[in-house]
Ligand binder design. Structure first.
Ligand code: SAM
Ligand code: SF4
Length: 341
């Protein structure tokens, strides 16, 4: 009854390290209309058969059970979430679940421009859009065929639809788009009222396809045009980004720039997130593949209290963190397009 944030702590989702879980990322499909070089290999990908995907009703049921256990924020991701059929109906049903305070989406933006008003109307609050360069040729090369124009149109459409602040995520890849850091910051500077920029360190999955550029190296490059100052802001809805204020001589208000540095400034000790994969696997750590499957449990007729008990056990088994480094260390397990970032 009433405000779910006041629910007794006995239902809270704690792991054995005392981390409280309030954030669920849902990969709704492993398929994608892009083939980003840092996310998947050029060839040899195989996709989940449709029968193995969680149905929307199953996703909504899992989210409702999680909401009763303290999950407050949900993010739809993929693969590319907008390629799954009738994504609006999923947004609509998740938006109605009591206790879910923030419903967001991470997308490559390719199909989003015409969808933005309907996404907003269906209950989506915010979007993150991935964009790694403002150079159309480089963009096509990194995404293996993506269209920069479509993504820029999506950014504008989301801003107009009120899906802001629109966070732009740029994965920085050694030797490929480091020269794009300052142009991207300039682009956001011109849209600073409702657009934010976050730089992400490249994480090696399966094979190390690229060189990771550290958050510190990124800041050094930005320092050529901006004066940077760390701040304690946690960002809209919290999350792993550390924010810095970036002062530019042309503007008397600073830009707020996020750095997601899973390798050089990792945030495992405060991780509050869980990841539901398209096939129903529940991944407690981005780096580790051990992923018990909820789909079979649901389809075997388990009751909500039974599912809740299983979720609690899975969260208790969450690993402490990862050992990946910019060079050496372990790679992250699995394939990013299945996990959803
Ligand atoms: N297709 C959507 C998109 O690109 O935004 C959602 C899924 S994508 C896997 C989620 C996020 O993960 C994107 O921001 C993407 O740039 C990021 N990402 C993918 N592979 C990565 C890697 N190896 N290291 C760091 N970030 C990665
Ligand atoms: Fe697709 Fe997103 Fe992976 Fe790029 S990062 S291939 S857009 S899932």
């Amino acid at each position: 009854m009433g405000d779910q944030s006041q629910r007794p702590q006995r239902r809270a989702l704690l792991d054995r390290y005392g981390r409280l879980h309030s954030y669920l990322r849902i990969s709704v499909t492993d398929r994608c209309n892009y083939r980003c070089t840092y996310c998947m290999p050029a060839e040899g990908m195989s996709w989940l058969p449709r029968k193995d995907l969680l149905h929307y009703e199953e996703i909504a049921r899992i989210v409702a059970i999680f909401a009763g256990m303290g999950i407050r924020r949900v993010r739809l991701t993929g693969g590319e979430p907008t390629v799954r059929r009738d994504i609006l109906s999923l947004v609509r049903s998740l938006g109605k679940i009591p206790g879910i305070e923030d419903l967001a989406m991470t997308t490559n933006g390719h199909l989003v421009a015409p969808l933005a008003p309907a996404l907003k109307e269906a209950g989506l609050r915010r979007v993150n859009i991935s964009i790694d360069t403002l150079d159309p040729q480089k963009f096509a090369a990194i995404t293996r065929g993506g269209q920069l124009g479509a993504v820029l149109a999506a950014i504008d459409a989301c801003r107009t639809a009120g899906l802001g602040p629109v966070k732009l995520n740029m994965v920085v890849i050694g030797g490929e788009n480091e020269s794009e850091l300052l142009p991207m910051a300039q682009y956001v500077l011109e849209r600073a009222e409702d657009t934010m920029l976050r730089f992400i360190e490249y994480m090696p999955f399966a094979d190390r396809w690229h060189r990771t550029v550290s958050a510190e190296e990124i800041r050094q490059e930005l320092s050529k045009e901006f004066r940077l100052e760390p701040e304690s802001y946690a960002g809209p809805g919290g999350g792993p980004a550390k924010y810095w204020l970036a002062w530019h001589p042309s503007r008397n208000i600073p830009l707020r720039i996020g750095f997601i540095a899973p390798l050089t400034e990792h945030f495992c000790a405060s991780c509050n997130r869980l990841r539901l994969l398209a096939d129903g696997s529940l991944r407690t750590c981005l780096a580790h593949e051990k992923t018990p499957n909820l789909r079979d449990l649901l389809r075997s007729g388990a009751s909500d209290p039974e599912v809740e008990a299983v979720l609690r056990q899975i969260v208790l088994g969450k690993p402490a963190g990862h050992e990946s480094q910019t060079e050496g260390g372990q790679n992250f397990e699995g394939i990013m397009t299945a996990i959803g970032g």
